[in-house]
Write a new protein. Structure first.
Length: 267
């Protein structure tokens, strides 16, 4: 856990007073978050506290009712998902979203928008040019998959539906990395993983972190939170109730109360 240093320059991510209601439920109610380049924040909170909605707002799945989202000072508030992805925010989902009938490497190449535009490209640059571009895309996809080389290199041409749950999670992370994001959001990356797989994924996250990529991670497992975060944000009923290093947050009375009120998810 490092001490957080704020610079005067625009932070990588600046979220102010972000809000979203569904009917009478204030899923996210005025949340602020400042994330400097290279930092890793974990977002915790009981079930239904607004964590996934917060990610859905950051990635344009929902438009916020109020507040603002800035990436490197650029206002992304209310932009559609593809524009936000182009601006540099990539994510994985709590419920894995991959093309199950496509192979591991195809899923990652699609993350790079290569095959999708192949028809159009062929008319512009010709078959040879297209083949060269596909080879380059395959090389780049392999570079991103190399984070999980022992797990995924033997399975590059296997359709995703044949993979274990943990391997599907790994493919999803590689696909998100393949767009070279400025900010990577991981929504419960270790959910459904056994302790051994979880420990391995913590090492993978530390490796991504060492490359300098800024990350926000929704995570329930406290040992994972302790090992990957620069700081922790705690949500409860859509509001930020605590922020700080893992130990400070763990001993915060509001946090203890929030979890005691929701014993099924006590961290
Ligand atoms: N599309 C939606 N329509 C209506 N209500 C929603 C919608 N999405 C979220 N909510 C509500 O908003 C609140 C926050 O939900 P959210 O899924 O963001 O919480 P969470 O912290 O991610 O929960 P979990 O840990 O269970 O994934 C909940 O009360 C939920 O029922």
């Amino acid at each position: 856990m490092t001490k957080r240093a704020h610079s005067d320059a625009a932070p990588l991510l600046e979220v102010s007073s972000l809000g979203k209601a569904f009917g009478g439920v204030q899923a996210v109610g005025g949340v602020d978050l400042r994330l400097e380049r290279g930092e890793v924040v974990t977002i915790i909170g009981p079930n239904g506290s607004g964590k996934s909605t917060f990610f859905n707002l950051l990635t344009g799945i929902y438009a916020p009712d109020s507040g603002a989202i800035r990436l490197e000072g650029v206002d992304l508030t209310g932009l559609p998902g593809h524009r936000i992805a182009q601006a540099g925010i990539a994510r994985t989902f709590q419920n894995i979203r991959l093309f199950n009938n496509l192979t591991v490497i195809e899923n990652v190449m699609i993350g790079m928008h290569t095959s999708v535009r192949a028809g159009l490209l062929e008319t512009v640059i010709g078959r040879k040019g297209l083949r060269r571009r596909e080879e380059a895309a395959r090389e780049a996809a392999l570079a991103h998959l190399s984070l999980f080389r022992h797990r995924l290199f033997p399975r590059l041409d296997h359709p995703v539906f044949t993979l274990s749950y943990a391997n599907r999670r790994r493919v999803e992370i590689a696909r998100a990395l393949a767009v070279n994001p400025k900010l990577l959001l991981l929504d419960e990356p270790t959910a459904g993983m056994n302790p051994y797989e979880t420990a391995e994924l913590v090492e993978n996250i530390q490796e991504i972190r060492a490359s300098g990529l800024t990350m926000a991670i929704i995570e329930h497992k406290l040992d994972v939170v302790n090992r990957v975060s620069d700081f922790v944000v705690v949500l409860d009923q859509g509001k930020k109730i605590a922020e700080g290093d893992a130990e400070t947050v763990r001993n915060d009375t509001h946090v203890i109360e929030a979890y005691l009120g929701h014993p099924a998810t006590a961290a």
